[in-house]
Design a protein around this ligand. Structure first.
Ligand code: FAD
Length: 559
């Protein structure tokens, strides 16, 4: 087996395309969300030559639109899905060990109105601890009414205080990128903006795919012994290239709204009732100087591309917020918003999506077509590693490859524990004379690589903030292009940095700067850079839907 660019040096996107054409791979993974990235990492670390192709950008599908929680899923206890909760809690603990920067402990405060809810929550959180074999971040605690009021200015009659339990938070797009980067460091080929448009066959076997480079317009045939579709809600489209059988995907839409923390001054994540009489809960999660609230969970029969925040969903979340905090927030108060589609699975032999989406299981499924074409979908961000292991186990078993799965212990961007890692970044900020308060955010995005990012930004005279109210360095834009496969304004401002989710103007002056850096680094002409800016604002406006995007197109592209 030829493993290109081993020894930790990743192959550049454009070189990877050449390799793809010239190499017969063991495994070709279609879809660069967290699942596809996980499969690629598992495959390369078991000795397979493997490539991952993504038609848009890494994590541009559902994997950048989640609630950003790495959790066992207290909510699924109500569905009696104890196996899923146990598995997710185990995966959360593994991720905290191998990627402590991307699974940071977070307390969740559940305010209580009456004795019945209090008793139910006590029982649920006790069970949560048991299913996690007492390895939750910490045991759950009681919070008295005074402490509750200090943590969040609630007015919804939560007279019985609260309970606090612990899970973890992540940055979903950065998690996906980190997994893909680790796969690259182990010799995997990762190409974003590369779409699979057809499958190659040899007799009755699928033996590769036709891939179109959407940036250069080049089409190539990629041969592989195994072709895996990890295309989330789009699994049906890929599945239809191989077979007429229907898939069981039942997309469910969820939205989030972002506010300035001054509008919702919470110190911890707060779990509030929906106030809609449906028994559902919403999370209010602090994120530096912003706070986001989500999510909704409704069957989505419409187009799978570019979901958008609709008036009814926004009203549902605002009703929950205003009912609990005594506020009068409207969509115009939100500084950002996002919408995503869960790739949920309908139960077998069930032709109709008659179930409430919120009741459908978050389990995953692997479907193997007689042609050898494999599909993996369903699941959760939290369980991506387990999903990937199950999929690669199938391939390894068919190949009689006895190499064990190593991803449960493979460091993802941080060696050692999180507290020490964060202290290192704080010390580096001081050494590079960068605002020390940026350290937690830099650590979350880059892990151990934060040292290289800080040195790089300083060397380029770009160690100041990209925007005054967001914790990003100007140099991270150039870093994203050179080191993180970013090729468009959208790649940088939506996923490498989460500017579009956190700024009313979706970046304002940072947009022109980003386009300028892309033009400089990639040799883009003015027209292409301008078109990228327009495409970026167009996508953000579509996704925000009812939440207004205030922007003016920048007149000049300036690095
Ligand atoms: P995706 O991320 O959608 O990736 C599929 C990729 O395939 C896409 O990038 C797409 O562009 C690509 N693709 C499609 N067709 C082609 C083609 N022809 N060629 C090449 N590429 C192609 N999970 C949690 O654990 N915690 C949470 O807090 C959480 N919150 C959520 C909240 C919401 C609102 C939603 C919607 C989901 C949430 N989830 C959460 C679930 C989690 O986000 C998803 O399960 C997970 O991101 C799915 O990842 P995926 O890789 O399977 O799919």
């Amino acid at each position: 087996m030829v493993v290109p660019a081993a020894h930790g040096r990743a192959v550049e996107r454009e070189d990877a395309l050449d390799h793809l054409e010239a190499t017969r791979l063991d495994v070709l993974v279609i879809g660069g969300g967290v699942t596809g990235a996980g499969v690629a990492l598992d495959a390369v670390t078991r000795g397979y030559t493997c490539a991952l192709v993504e038609r848009d950008d890494l994590a541009s599908g559902t994997s950048s639109k989640s609630s950003k929680l790495v959790h066992g899923g207290v909510r699924y206890l109500a569905q009696h899905d104890f196996g899923l909760v146990r598995e997710a809690a185990q995966e959360r603990d593994l991720l905290r060990r191998v990627a402590p920067h991307l699974a940071q402990p977070l307390g969740f405060v559940v305010p209580l109105k009456d004795r019945v809810t209090e008793a139910q929550m006590h029982a649920g959180l006790l069970l949560y601890g048991i299913l996690a074999t007492w390895r939750n971040v910490e045991r759950y605690q009681t919070v008295d009414p005074g402490e509750l009021l200090a943590a969040a200015p609630l007015t919804g009659g939560f007279d019985r205080g609260a309970l606090r339990y612990y899970d973890a938070r992540t940055d979903d797009a950065r998690l996906t990128l980190q997994i893909a980067q680790t796969a690259r460091q182990h010799g995997g080929l990762v190409v974003n903006h590369a779409e699979v448009t057809g499958l190659l066959r040899a007799g009755d076997r699928v033996r590769g795919a036709t891939v179109v480079d959407r940036l250069a317009g080049r089409e190539l045939d990629v041969e592989a012994r195994w072709v895996v579709s990890a295309t989330g809600v789009w699994a049906g489209e890929l599945h239809r290239l191989a077979t007429d059988d229907p898939t069981r995907i039942a997309p469910s839409k969820g939205i989030h709204l972002t506010f300035d923390r001054t509008q919702l001054p919470v110190d911890e994540a707060i779990v509030i009732p929906s106030h809609a009489g449906d028994g559902r809960l919403a999370f209010v999660v602090p994120w530096d100087d912003q706070v986001y609230v989500g999510t909704t969970d409704e069957h989505h029969p419409g187009s799978l591309d570019e979901p958008s925040v609709g008036p009814a969903e926004a009203a549902y979340l605002l009703h929950a917020l205003n009912g609990s905090f005594g506020t009068s927030l409207t969509p115009a108060d939100a500084v950002g918003a996002w919408a995503g589609l869960r790739p949920l699975l309908r139960p077998r032999d069930d032709g109709q999506p008659a179930h409430r989406s919120a009741d459908l299981s978050r389990r995953h499924a692997i479907v193997e077509h007689p042609s050898g074409f494999l599909t993996i979908t369903g699941g959760k961000l939290t369980t991506y590693r387990r999903m990937a292991q199950d999929l690669v186990d199938r391939i390894a078993s068919a190949d009689a490859n006895h190499a064990p799965c190593v991803t449960a212990h493979l460091p993802l961007g941080v060696h050692g524990d999180g507290a020490a890692g964060l202290r290192r970044v704080e010390a580096l900020c001081e050494a590079f004379e960068v605002d020390r308060s940026l350290a937690p955010s830099l650590f979350l995005r880059h892990g151990d690589a934060a040292a290289r990012v800080l040195a790089f930004a300083t060397e380029h005279g770009e160690a100041d903030r990209l925007l005054p109210h967001l914790p990003y360095l100007r140099g991270e834009v150039r870093w994203a292009v050179r080191q993180e496969l970013a090729r468009t304004v959208d790649d940088v401002l939506q996923r490498r940095l989460r500017v579009s989710l956190r700024d009313r103007f979706a970046g304002g002056p940072a947009v022109a700067h980003t386009a300028g850096v892309l033009a400089e680094e990639l040799g883009l002409d003015r027209q292409t850079a301008g078109a990228q800016i327009e495409a970026y604002f167009g996508r953000v406006a579509t996704e925000r839907g009812i939440v207004p995007l205030q922007h003016t197109l920048p007149v000049a592209v300036t690095p």
